[in-house]
Design a protein around this ligand. Sequence first.
Ligand SMILES: Cc1ncc(COP(=O)(O)O)c(C=O)c1O
Length: 374
Amino acid sequence: MPLSADDQARLDALHARFTALRPLSVGYPCNQQFDYSPLFRFLEFAANNVGDPFSGSNYRLNTHEFEREVVAAFARYTKAPEGDWWGYVTNGGTEGNMYGLYVARELLPEGMVYFGEDTHYSVAKILRLQHMRNIMIKSQPNGELDYEDLHETLRIHRDVPPIIFANIGTTMKGSLDNLQKIRAILDDLAIPESYIHADAALSGMILPFVGQPPPWTFPDGADSISISGHKLLGCPLPCGIAIARKRNVDRIARSVEYVGALDTTISGSRNAITPLMLWHRLKTLGDDGLRALVHRSLALASYAVEKLRATGIDAWRHDENSITVVFPRPPDSLMKKWVIAPKKKIAHIITLPPMNEAVIDEFAADFVAARLAG
Ligand SMILES: Cc1ncc(COP(=O)(O)O)c(C=O)c1O
């Protein structure tokens, strides 16, 4: 049965609304400029990536081969140890964080999770779901972990193996925890067993392409890393990457195999289209295209700070490698037009396409006007 004229009109109105909102959606870390039309023909299949992308599946309408190549590219970006990594394409950053904490919990069942105040809200939910003991660590004003508080808290709980949840780019401020400093604290306290998971939702696709990245990769001490696919790369379907040391994953896989199944991923049925999209994006941009995208976004972030400051708005970035431009919470009237995400006293914009200088100028002018009216 064809859609009724009313229903068709609703779809048309939704499309028009999305089209109008795209350039105004400046407060969320989503690159909205992409062309996946060469892949539209795959939407006619009931494809499904159920199971481990590296061990095959009886359901042969899958894109495991492409998924493996995507994970291999991320292994390169995160400097994963040769021959000792495993990963898969997730439904987004949240699932990647859940996977990392799941591996950590299986390895250190008595472990205590330490996470900073500025951690994404979904992590508290994951900790509840997995029944993991946890302690929140104070943040420095810039949003980075307060290392003194971490040191002192770990010292008090020296008998419990620590699982550190590190933020490689916090949601609100784009600040980065330093894995070398965390490792140094663990060494100083002579802690024999520990695990570090790095949540690199947005910055995990920025740092591989900058000159002087802070320590955030596997050689810097990460045991698992989660990166979102729909953020910097851009994708109409939420997705991400979970990647971990293979020897740790194997210990879990074996324990599941013991009860009859080699089931390494969190979801059973998994999206087969997102691995294809990520693969297409990585192939068509290449490392040079990704570097250009990252440097354009960083230059725009620097432009946005200058422009907002020039108009009397106290904007800042917490890190030169961050594309998150923070400013005092604007009047609510500004948020009627612009899609931005305030939290308490601050808000931010994230300088990803299709943002450009003209959009930033318009935003700054509206911000000033809203304050004057306000
Ligand atoms: C730092 C950080 N971690 C995790 C997430 C959750 O990622 P997702 O929305 O892809 O599940 C976000 C989302 O904004 C984030 O900023």
